[in-house]
Structures are given as C-alpha cells and as structure tokens.
Design a protein around this ligand. Structure first.
Ligand code: MLT
Length: 284
C-alpha cells in the first residue's frame, strides 16, 4: 500500500532512502531531485503548488537529508541507479522528472539511459558539460578545505555564489534555510559528492537523442550554471523550451517560486494532457 506524507523511509539499493509523497493516487507523477548539497525540503513550494493535481515525490539523494550514505564512493551513475530502483520500489513505470543543478545532472543521465521511463523533463539551473580541469582542481581544494576548516566555512563560502545579489537584501529566511541544508550535510557526503561531481561525464553529445518534452529554466543571475549553459542545452534538445527566471540566481525555485511555478505548472499540464507544443510555452 502507498504511504503518503513527509519523511517516509524505503529501502533502495540496501540503503534507507527518505522521501515525501503527496497528491492523488492515480495522477501523473513528478519526481523532484535536489541540488548539491541540499535536500528534498528545497522543493517544498513546488510540492505545495502541484499536489492537488499531481502525485509529487521528492527524495533525499544518498548521504543527503535523511537518506543513508552507505559505504563506497559516489558517482552520478550510482545516483541514477538509486532513482530507477526507487521508481521500481514505488511501482512507478513512467514519471516526469524535475531536477536542479546536480539533480539536473541525474535527471538528464536518467532520461538518456532509460528513455522509455520518462514522459517529460524539467532541467533547472543545470548544464550538460563535464568539469574543466580548473573546476576539478577547485573541487579538490574545496574537499581539502572542508576537511581542514569544517563545514561552516564551506557553507558561508558557497552561499555567496548561490543567490542573486538582491536575494541577500530581501530573502534572509530563504538564505538561512539553504545554509541550514548545507550545514546538515555530513563532511563525508560533501567530499564524496564533490568527487562525484568532478568525475561526471559530459552529456551534451547525447542531448539530440532526447525525444520527450523538456522545459529548461535558469535564474537570470545564476553564476554557477549560467544562461549560456541553459542556451546550449536548449539548442541541442529538439523539444525544449527555455525560460529565464528573473530575481534569481542558482536556486531559482527558492528565490522566485512564483515565476518558477508558473512555468512549471504550465509545462506539466501540457505534458500530462499530451498537448505539449513549443509555441504553447511561449510568453510569460
Ligand atoms: C548544485 O547546485 O547541485 C551544484 O552547484 C552542482 C555543481 O557544483 O556542479
């Protein structure tokens, strides 16, 4: 029998995975995948906006939030496998995926590898390229600093890049909530995931294979995965629509939920009715 609510535990790949599950039983399903180093709570406002008409599921990637880390190294491919096993456990044949940044890397790889399991894809503040040697080096320096200086310094440093400048003046509560998510992630998970991110493969060369409707959203002031990265994916994905979210940096769904949810709802409504057509997604 289906369990509904928040912080439900399920065993996936021998690990306890924590997830939230809301909405009508037989409605189309949307799975939300968080970014790094956040957790499923980052999708709170999207779950709330969609739960009357959709079954919405957000889970904690291994090591993050309330999910077990297990033993061994992390890889994006391992996270993709966890997602597919979770879908199996929940008896979900086909879903719409919505991922932000690292969640987007996972969603993109899942859709490319298992094209028959997905009806639609929402890529937010993410990219298809692999890390450059410079970024890989930076990740290693970050791992060293986390080990030597602790998580607090890491949280303070990363917050500076996550938000649009105006968010620092007007959205203190949101910044605090994101900082808390970072602070609640263990050193081990931070370091393991930074390695997984550094080792991830590019997926740009496979984007032409994607044959389902795709919505790409990016915060206007995203410094980590900027507009150019979103434009590159938009160019290569045939059925894609691109929306820029004003008043937002890298965590657009948190910084400007009104604009983000507007495009999200419009997109999933069209996908659910099998009426997605690029011209329908134009305008604001
Ligand atoms: C994220 O938000 O998931 C990270 O910024 C991804 C990355 O560092 O590549």
């Amino acid at each position: 029998m289906r369990s509904t609510g928040n912080n439900i535990n399920i065993t996936v790949n021998k690990l306890t995975v924590s997830y939230n599950d809301m909405g009508p039983e037989n409605a189309p399903v949307i799975i939300f995948i968080h970014g790094f180093p956040f957790n499923k709570s980052m999708w709170h406002l999207q779950m709330k906006a969609l739960k009357d008409n959709y079954r919405v599921i957000a889970y904690d990637i291994r090591g993050h939030g309330n999910s077990d880390a297990g033993i061994g190294d992390f890889f994006i491919e391992l996270f993709v496998n966890d997602l597919l096993r979770l879908m199996e456990k929940l008896k979900l044949d086909k879903v719409i995926l919505c991922g932000l940044s690292m969640g987007g890397y996972i969603a993109l790889n899942a859709v490319i590898k298992y094209p028959d399991r997905f009806d639609g894809l929402i890529l937010n503040d993410t990219q298809c390229i692999a890390d450059t040697p410079e970024i890989k080096e930076k990740r290693q320096a970050t791992i060293k600093s986390i080990k030597e200086n602790g998580i607090e310094k890491y949280a303070d440093d990363s917050i500076k890049n996550l938000f649009a400048p105006e968010s620092f003046l007007k959205k203190e509560g949101k910044i605090k909530a994101v900082r808390e998510m970072i602070m609640n992630t263990s050193k081990l998970t931070l370091c393991n995931t930074l390695n997984a991110l550094a080792e991830r493969k590019e997926s740009c060369s496979q984007l032409h294979e994607i044959d389902i409707p795709v919505l790409i959203m990016v915060g206007k002031e995203d410094k980590i995965t900027p507009l150019a990265a979103a434009e590159m994916m938009h160019e290569k994905i045939r059925n894609s629509s691109l929306k820029m979210i004003a008043h937002a940096g890298h965590v657009a769904n948190i910084e400007n939920p009104a604009a983000f949810n507007y495009h999200l709802i419009k997109f999933v409504d069209l996908v659910a009715k099998k009426e997605f057509c690029l011209s329908d997604t134009d305008g604001n």
